[in-house]
Design a protein around this ligand. Structure first.
Ligand code: 9D3
Length: 259
């Protein structure tokens, strides 16, 4: 798959594409990320890419003309390797919130053109003509679309074949079955601190794999119920909770199972 990123800060991307479990996916071009400097498509001597908003108000707007030239160039270049109209994704606080279902959708596709805004935003005429999807990272204010683009690329790249150590890592992922992840422990068995000894939960040292799996499942259910009760409801609707899960939740909430 191929992602063409249009940004005023392409240098932000390189370091993230060179570390961690996703590095091979990028370096092998299994996930082919191509970076385009929007300023290269400015035509005046100052290489201007922004100007004041019509109608007044604070901040600056990204100019339509350089973006139009950039999108025309990128679409033509991309057509040489990937026929068909690409998805044009604009990262915007007004977009659809990124979640793992959307990540899975994107991971199955051919990639996209990623448009990263700065300043107050992009001239609406460009967005209306080109953008096929708007994606937000959530309800908080960033200063541009680069971090959301990197977050999406990371989430997509780690779902590619061969990125995770084993298929079970996907299965156990937080959200892969709609529940939050269980806690994790490693050596030492007892951590010595100034406030006292901190042992690992004994079941994890028992060697009873079925009991360990059950304990982890119950930890996931308990933390999800406490922090994200709406995810328990969704898992129930999706038929992802079994009899033992319902019995455990009923015991936690003090309600009889199935009520
Ligand atoms: C102060 C400006 N805001 C008025 C309330 C509008 C605004 C413009 C541009 C807010 C943020 C931005 C820049 N943000 C993004 O480009 C962005 C973003 C975000 O801020 N939050 C969550 N997801 C995203 S995706 C792109």
């Amino acid at each position: 798959m191929r992602f063409d990123v249009l940004t005023l800060f392409p240098e932000l991307f390189d370091p993230f594409l060179r570390v961690g479990v996703t590095r091979r996916a990028y370096e092998s071009r299994q996930v082919d990320v191509r970076l385009w400097q929007l300023r290269d498509f400015a035509e005046d001597n100052y290489r201007r890419v922004d100007d004041r908003p019509f109608g007044g108000g604070p901040g600056m707007v990204m100019l339509a003309a350089p973006l139009e030239r950039a999108l025309t160039s990128v679409k033509a270049d991309r057509a040489q390797t990937h026929p068909g109209a690409p998805a044009i994704i604009h990262f915007s606080p007004t977009g659809r919130k990124l979640d793992q279902a959307l990540v899975r959708e994107l991971a199955r596709g051919e990639g996209a053109v990623l448009l990263c805004g700065r300043y107050e935003g992009i001239d609406q005429r460009v967005l209306d003509r080109h953008v096929t999807m708007e994606i937000s990272l959530g309800d908080f204010v960033l200063s541009g679309g680069e971090l959301p683009a990197l977050a999406m690329l990371d989430a997509v790249a780690r779902l590619q074949e061969g990125v995770l150590n084993d298929a079970a890592s996907h299965q156990q992922d937080s959200f892969s079955d709609g529940l939050l992840d269980c806690p994790h422990f490693s050596r030492p068995e007892v951590l010595t601190t100034a406030e006292g000894d901190l042992p690992v939960p004994p079941v994890l040292l028992s060697g009873h794999h079925a009991e360990i799996a059950r304990w982890r499942r119950e930890q996931s259910l308990a933390i999800t119920l406490r922090r994200r009760p709406e995810l328990i409801e969704a898992a129930r609707r999706d038929g992802k909770l079994g009899k033992k899960d319902e019995a455990f939740l009923a015991a936690l909430t003090g309600k009889p199972a199935g009520s």
